[in-house]
Design a protein around this ligand. Structure first.
Ligand SMILES: [Zn+2]
Ligand SMILES: [Zn+2]
Length: 114
């Protein structure tokens, strides 16, 4: 997401915020883009990956809301934003984001447990 008030014609790195923790984009913090300008940062992907993919968390009560990244309502575990319980990422998108960050030569991001 963009910081409120961002000029769409002149977007700075610091205007781009993680939808899940609202951290702004920096050189040290990789981001992965989803649909409609949604983004998730490397820190959130690490937490989500550990909880949902490794830990088997993100129980059924989290299902039934659209994933912020793919905009699909998928019947699978989701990870919930610590700031906004309606902002979710599905397990598939967590795995895709992890794969994208690992392939990004500009970051040394590694998935937890791997
Ligand atoms: Zn984040
Ligand atoms: Zn998704």
């Amino acid at each position: 997401m963009y910081r409120p008030g961002t000029d769409p014609q002149n977007v700075q790195m610091s205007d781009v915020l993680c939808d899940f923790c609202h951290a702004s984009w920096t050189e040290d913090l990789p981001l992965v883009e989803g649909h409609q300008g949604s983004v998730i940062c490397g820190r959130c992907v690490s937490v989500a990956f550990a909880e949902v993919v490794l830990g088997g968390g993100g129980a059924e009560e989290l299902a039934g809301l659209k994933c912020r990244m793919c905009l699909e309502e998928r019947d699978e575990p989701q990870w919930e934003s610590p700031l906004d319980g309606t902002v979710r990422i599905c397990r598939r998108c967590i795995e895709m984001a992890a794969g994208a960050m690992e392939k990004d030569p500009d970051t040394s991001w590694k998935r937890p447990g791997g």
